[in-house]
Write a protein that binds this ligand. Structure first.
Ligand SMILES: [Zn+2]
Length: 140
């Protein structure tokens, strides 16, 4: 597996632009994912932590020097437990939060995406199927 090159986590777009392009290993704490964890990304741990069938948000990443580095953020419109298992084997750890609705999950995913610009999020988050929700940050 190729090593990840994490993008600067924890900076907004505006802040990022002031810095050199390559500035990895910025702390999660500067902008918050507002999620539980992190936990090892295993089936057992996911089933232990995420016991409700619910929409929600998650982040994949790894921990170094007690800091969680974000590789990818995503959401589930209906079943977070099932969705988050897609990353097993590819990422080391996860964070998660429940959402009340697909709309709430979408809007949080957008904020996470714009706050962290994770290296493995190649495109802007998709809207939930059949919805016309707008990104709260960029209006897309
Ligand atoms: Zn946006």
């Amino acid at each position: 597996m190729a090593p990840y090159t994490p993008s600067p986590a924890g900076l907004s777009k505006r802040q990022s632009r002031k810095r050199e392009k390559r500035h990895p290993h910025i702390q999660d704490s500067m902008a918050s994912l507002d999620m539980n964890g992190s936990y090892p990304l295993t089936k057992e741990e996911i089933d232990k932590q995420i016991t409700k069938t619910s929409p929600g948000n998650y982040a994949y990443g790894y921990v170094k020097d007690n800091t969680f580095y974000v590789d990818y953020v995503g959401r589930a419109d209906s079943d977070l437990n099932d969705r988050i298992k897609h990353g097993i084997g590819k990422y080391k750890r996860f964070k998660y939060s429940y959402a009340k609705s697909a709309k709430e999950a979408y809007e949080k995913e957008c904020r996470n995406y714009h706050d962290f610009t994770p290296s493995d999020n190649k495109i802007h988050p998709d809207k939930p199927d059949g919805s016309d929700y707008m990104c709260p940050i960029c209006g897309q």
